[in-house]
Design a protein around this ligand. Structure first.
Ligand SMILES: NC(=O)c1ccc[n+]([C@@H]2O[C@H](COP(=O)([O-])OP(=O)(O)OC[C@H]3O[C@@H](n4cnc5c(N)ncnc54)[C@H](OP(=O)(O)O)[C@@H]3O)[C@@H](O)[C@H]2O)c1
Length: 351
């Protein structure tokens, strides 16, 4: 297997939490897109990787997002405790949930648990699905001026009668821990400007590349998918670190050929096993953001989750690959905690 990238897998020695702070290092179901991480119902016919590939010759290194996310949560817990001891401030995250979607309720519950585990205070507002936009705006305004709240997120999707853009724009840029405010995204896109927050999922992808010592500068990177919450900011982040970027989307005519040129592939599409082994350059590093349910009679739930990338085939061609589940997913929530902590540090001028 050829290796086109210098990859240092001694990530476990990499423990500086300062790496997590927005743009101190250059530089995730939140835009942690709560919506984006929605698990759609399994398709009627599930696409499977080739039988040959199912033999799972795992020559690629597995990028263990679960392990890294745990390490990051421990680092954050340490910093939260010091902050409390030294200046008596506890970082706070406010989450607004409108409606009773089960998946959204689960995401909000998970965020609350994750906050509690690291010592971050969580504040929750649950509004009925027929609430008015004004009611949501009123809560955001209250959190904007509440000094105990350092991060605000609105769980997406919102009910159809609400204007998502108005609502997201009303979050103070200083508390926009999802990084979806147009000013934060705009700054991400501009040279010489730094956003206050980076969207959690792409930030998690970059953190995995950094912690695994993947060289980015001067490399060719392909991002598949161009959503506001994952693909687009992921491409901007790679570009900021001096990779040469190509973006592949649903109108791209030759996605396989373009992707095969990449040293680094980030896929955020939402199509099970779209990216086959034949799409990958030998030695490429593959970050699979996709979360797709496919039918599986052997699983008690009747389905299992797979990524956008045919994992077994990627393991034979790539030098490193993220699994699904256990790759990018756990990083998203860890990055939300990281953004909340860095917000509290910025507001209270903690070095
Ligand atoms: N792990 C996590 O924490 C996490 C977080 C967020 C999302 N996700 C997962 O990531 C995936 C993407 O989420 P998203 O919110 O970014 O999705 P999205 O908003 O639906 O965007 C999908 C993107 O993929 C492109 N696309 C669709 N079909 C394609 C094809 N056949 N070939 C190439 N590009 C294609 C679309 O192109 P067009 O722009 O041309 O339509 C679009 O840009 C989903 O599976 C989601 O569940 C996971």
């Amino acid at each position: 297997m050829a290796s086109s990238l210098s990859v240092d897998f001694s990530y476990s020695s990499y423990s500086s939490t300062s790496r997590l702070l927005p743009f101190q290092w250059q530089k995730t179901l939140t835009l942690t897109r709560r919506r984006s991480a929605t698990v759609r119902p399994p398709p009627r016919s599930s696409f499977a990787c080739s039988p040959v590939a199912m033999s799972a010759n795992t020559s690629a290194k597995i990028i263990d997002g679960k392990l890294i996310a745990k390490q990051i949560r421990e680092e954050i817990a340490g910093e939260v405790a010091s902050m409390k001891n030294e200046i008596g401030i506890v970082p706070g995250l406010a989450v607004i949930l409108v409606g009773s979607r089960k998946d959204s309720q689960t995401y909000v519950r998970n965020k609350k648990k994750a906050c509690e585990a690291v010592g971050i205070m969580s504040y929750e507002v649950n509004l009925p699905g027929d609430s008015t936009e004004e009611e949501v705006l009123k809560h955001i305004s209250g959190f904007n001026s509440d000094p105990s709240v350092h991060g605000i997120l609105v769980q997406l999707p919102l009910p159809r009668h609400m204007n998502e853009e108005n609502i997201l724009n009303s979050i103070s840029i200083e508390k926009d821990v999802d990084g979806f405010h147009p000013l934060n995204i705009g700054r991400l896109a501009m040279q010489g400007r730094d956003p206050l927050f980076i969207p959690c999922t792409p930030k998690g992808c970059m953190e995995l590349l950094h912690r695994y010592g993947v060289e980015i500068k001067g490399k060719r990177a392909v991002v598949i998918g161009r959503s506001n919450i994952v693909g687009m900011p992921a491409a901007l982040l790679l570009q900021r670190e001096n990779a040469a970027i190509s973006m592949v989307h649903s109108y791209t005519k030759n996605p396989e050929e373009i992707t095969r040129q990449a040293d680094i592939v980030i896929s955020a599409v939402g199509v099970a096993n779209l990216v086959r082994g034949s799409w990958l350059k030998p030695g490429a590093v593959v970050i699979d953001v996709g979360i797709n349910p496919i039918n599986d009679a052997e699983d008690p739930r009747g389905y299992r989750l797979v990524g956008d990338v045919c994992y077994e085939e990627a393991c034979e061609v790539a030098s490193a690959v993220t699994p699904v589940p256990g790759g990018v997913g756990p990083m998203t929530i860890a990055m939300l905690l990281s953004n909340t902590l860095s917000s509290a540090k910025r507001i209270h001028k903690v070095e």
